[in-house]
Design a protein around this ligand. Structure first.
Ligand SMILES: Nc1ncnc2c1ncn2[C@@H]1O[C@H](COP(=O)(O)OP(=O)(O)O)[C@@H](O)[C@H]1O
Ligand SMILES: [Mg+2]
Length: 226
């Protein structure tokens, strides 16, 4: 589904991704690597939140540079910090927000919101001010709001980093049960243990691209104290 061709990306003049050419067709793909190795930048390129300084990113043949809107319909993005993502005052309004932009009728929006709230264990929180939710509840809301739009693929940027153990397990289960393609940036080696493919980033390059056990071994080597 994703075709990344000769991509480089820089902020100002500093290159943080180099020589990235990869096709991502597997259903569950993880991205690991040290802090600052370019994982979030790579993730943001996948749905056109960023367009690459050089090269191109295609999603089902759509170039993120010229077809950003269509790409973002296909590819949902869950940020590391749910506060970045929650835009409306209440839980129900936040879920409805994206649906309104899809031109659904009021009745269809209400039905879809109720369905999504129930699916994600948020029904009892529907009128709650979103900013007063716990960290785990906020993450659940952020994920629910993205899934409400029925993307074909979901990119998660460190979805469990800010969570306690119970919410981490819960989020891991949600991701495991998704039928859609997922690309997950994570340091959580449990989460990615049954993934199809793992990319290891180091200083802006992919230095390993393998099934989990092999990729994790490469990552642990990389992280070993000198
Ligand atoms: N918006 C930005 N402006 C300038 N530099 C950035 C920006 N975002 C990230 N960087 C820099 O790019 C490098 C890679 O960052 P990032 O992709 O966030 O890595 P990771 O997610 O692996 O920690 C880091 O050195 C970071 O400081
Ligand atoms: Mg990051």
């Amino acid at each position: 589904m994703f075709r990344i061709e000769d991509v480089e990306h820089g902020y100002d003049d500093r290159m943080v991704l180099r020589g990235i050419s990869v096709e991502l067709t597997e259903r569950r793909i993880a991205v690991i690597g040290a802090n600052g190795s370019g994982k979030s930048t790579f993730a943001r390129l996948l749905n056109g939140l960023l367009v690459p300084t050089r090269g191109r990113v295609l999603v089902d043949g759509l170039d993120t540079r010229s077809e950003g809107r269509a790409v973002r319909r296909k590819v949902g993005f869950v940020f590391q910090d749910p506060d970045v993502q929650i835009v409306m005052p209440t839980v129900a309004e936040d879920i409805a927000f994206g649906l309104k932009h899809r031109g659904l009728s009021k009745k269809d929006i209400a039905a879809r919101v109720a369905e999504v709230l129930a699916e994600h264990g948020l029904a009892s929180l529907s009128e709650r001010p979103a900013h007063l939710l716990s960290g785990g509840e906020k993450q659940r809301l952020a994920i629910a709001a993205v899934l409400a739009l029925e993307p074909e693929c979901v990119v998660f940027d460190e979805p469990t980093t800010m969570l306690d153990l119970r919410n981490k397990r819960r989020t891991t289960e949600v991701i495991r049960n998704l039928a859609e393609q997922v690309v997950v940036v994570s340091h959580d080696l449990d989460l990615l243990s049954d993934f199809d493919r793992v990319l290891v980033f180091d200083e802006g390059r992919i230095v390993a691209d393998a099934p989990p056990s092999e990729a994790v071994a490469a990552y642990l080597d990389l992280m070993a104290p000198c």
